[in-house]
Design a binder for this molecule. Structure first.
Ligand SMILES: Cc1cc2nc3c(=O)[nH]c(=O)nc-3n(C[C@H](O)[C@H](O)[C@H](O)COP(=O)(O)OP(=O)(O)OC[C@H]3O[C@@H](n4cnc5c(N)ncnc54)[C@H](O)[C@@H]3O)c2cc1C
Length: 207
């Protein structure tokens, strides 16, 4: 059963038919046990399976019934004003490393989409963080400076983007992405079907 009310079913959930699985009712042996059938669990299972590991997934409710079914579906290295924060709390190398890891993750999703020819509306788009009030523009300016220092592909605009509401400034990060997460994961489940044991209504507990 989904942890979200049926009245608030997301567009993603409403537009795919997902498989169901039985509950685990006996002891089994497995090389890797993945706990949780959301995007994190399924992508870990996918990557391990592709590298030849024997994987079992257990999901406490039904597969893809958690947060993954209810997100904004952005695949973004731009996660708030993060790069200034990491540069300050750690250092520039750490911030650059984090950015590279996020961009590689976007490329990896695109590679998987192409490899399995997944029809999931994957699209490269620009990420935008905007300031509505003039007071917040200085924060975007600071982050734009950090983008320059780190070599992040992006720009600060002053109310030039014609968003469908009033803004004072917009900080763009180029070459981000969006997709239909459940269409993407529906195919991942199909790929994993023959290779991975999957159980739902099976919760990992502390003994
Ligand atoms: C409103 C909102 C919007 C978001 N938008 C974005 C976005 O645009 N882009 C983005 O990258 N991220 C976004 N996120 C973050 C997003 O939630 C994660 O990126 C991603 O969906 C998390 O996936 P997950 O597999 O870790 O979690 P989930 O999809 O919640 O999956 C975890 C699963 O584990 C199961 N589980 C938990 N405990 C156990 C147990 N003990 N035994 C068995 N099963 C268990 C749960 O039942 C659940 O199905 C958003 C989050 C929210 C709340």
């Amino acid at each position: 059963m989904s942890e979200f009310s049926n009245e608030n079913i997301s567009f993603w959930s409403d537009s795919v038919e997902l498989p169901s699985f039985t509950a685990l009712d006996k002891d089994i042996e497995t090389e890797v046990l993945v706990v949780g059938g959301g995007i994190s669990g399924l992508m870990n299972a996918y990557q391990l399976t592709m590298r030849g590991h024997e994987v079992t997934i257990i999901e406490g409710n039904s597969i893809l019934s958690g947060t993954t079914a209810n997100t904004t579906a952005r695949i973004m290295a731009q996660q708030g004003l993060l790069y200034g924060q990491i540069s300050k709390q750690k250092d520039e190398d750490s911030a650059r490393l984090y950015y590279d890891s996020q961009m590689e993750a976007i490329d990896e999703i695109e590679n998987i989409v192409n490899k399995h020819d997944i029809d999931c509306d994957f699209k490269r788009v620009d990420g935008v963080i905007y300031a509505v009030y003039e007071d917040s523009v200085k924060d975007l300016k600071k982050e734009a400076e950090v983008y320059k220092t780190l070599g992040i592909d992006g720009n600060l605009f002053r109310n030039e983007m014609k968003l469908p509401f009033e803004t004072s400034a917009e900080l763009v990060m180029k070459n981000q992405a969006e997709f239909h997460p459940l269409k993407f994961l529906q195919t991942i489940l199909e790929v994993l079907k023959e290779k991975v044991l999957q159980f739902m209504n099976t919760r990992a507990v502390n003994p």
